[in-house]
Design a protein around this ligand. Structure first.
Ligand SMILES: N[C@@H](CCC(=O)N[C@@H](CS)C(=O)NCC(=O)O)C(=O)O
Length: 248
């Protein structure tokens, strides 16, 4: 594939994190991509690759933070922005501008949920260790599980309940889109991080539970999740399982 058409994802090599939202679009459509930072440094990979973009020594407008997508000379960041760009090319969103805006609205709401999930283990400061903010994290996580998690998940369940055009199976329009993939990954992450909180919050939300199962059995997603390319959740990413944050 010529370099100007090659899709390059630049993201931290040791965690699924926000990079996973981008990977899922490639994996679902079996689109070849290079996960640049997972290559050895001798091949231009490693954390050094990320630093080159953040410091502005690569092409394009320097991004504030990864994930970063490069296609030829185009370099873009922000998950929702990258996913919208790719979904248009990979036919994972309807062509109609109105539906694309709805998809983006839902994707940005997922980004809000991801940020609040991150803040459960880092309520005081991104630059501090979890161990240095553990007490605040307990309180933040308690409120998240009691109030914000049910509110966000209830919202997405309602979106599915109202979407008669997809028979309540998909979030936007009549069929499957990238936003369904993103919600799937978020639900996986939340159930890993907060098994108790997630079980309680989804007890009466059949639509999102069904969506998660539906996406998990898509052949390309199922084989990706079972592969070595799919990094397991761990205590460096967004969706961290700290048992003390999942108990009242
Ligand atoms: N709103 C951005 C958030 C990006 C972000 O926070 N990236 C994390 C990794 S998941 C990071 O490396 N942040 C470094 C920083 O904020 O200094 C997005 O959705 O892409």
């Amino acid at each position: 594939m010529p370099a100007h058409e090659r899709y390059e994802l630049i993201y931290w090599p040791f965690l699924p994190g926000r990079g996973e939202y981008v990977r899922l679009l490639f994996e679902e459509t079996r689109t070849p991509y290079v996960d640049v930072a997972r290559l050895p440094e001798s091949q231009g990979g490693g954390v050094a690759a990320i630093q080159r973009y953040l410091s502005g020594s690569e092409a394009g407008v320097p991004p504030f933070a990864p994930p970063i997508l490069r296609v030829g000379d185009l370099v873009i960041a922000q998950v929702a922005n990258i996913c919208q760009f790719l979904a248009r090319r990979l036919e994972l969103v309807p062509a109609e501008a109105g539906l694309q805006s709805i998809a983006n609205q839902l994707q940005l709401t997922i980004a809000d949920l991801v940020a609040e999930t991150h803040d459960t283990h880092h309520p005081l400061g991104v630059s501090l260790y979890y161990e240095d903010q553990q007490e605040a994290a307990r309180e933040r996580a308690r409120l998240f599980r009691a109030q914000r998690l049910p509110k966000f998940l209830g919202y997405f369940d309602q979106i599915l309940a109202r979407n008669e055009s997809s028979h309540h199976e998909y979030l936007v329009g009549e069929g499957f889109t990238y936003v369904d993939l993103s919600l799937f990954h978020t639900l996986r992450g939340l159930s890993h991080a907060f098994p108790n909180g997630y079980a309680r919050a989804t007890e009466r939300l059949p639509n999102i539970v069904a969506l998660r199962n539906r996406i998990a059995t898509r052949p390309n997603i199922a084989s990706y999740v079972a592969s070595a390319r799919c990094l397991p959740f761990n205590e460096h990413g967004i969706f961290r399982h700290y048992p003390e944050l999942d108990h009242d």
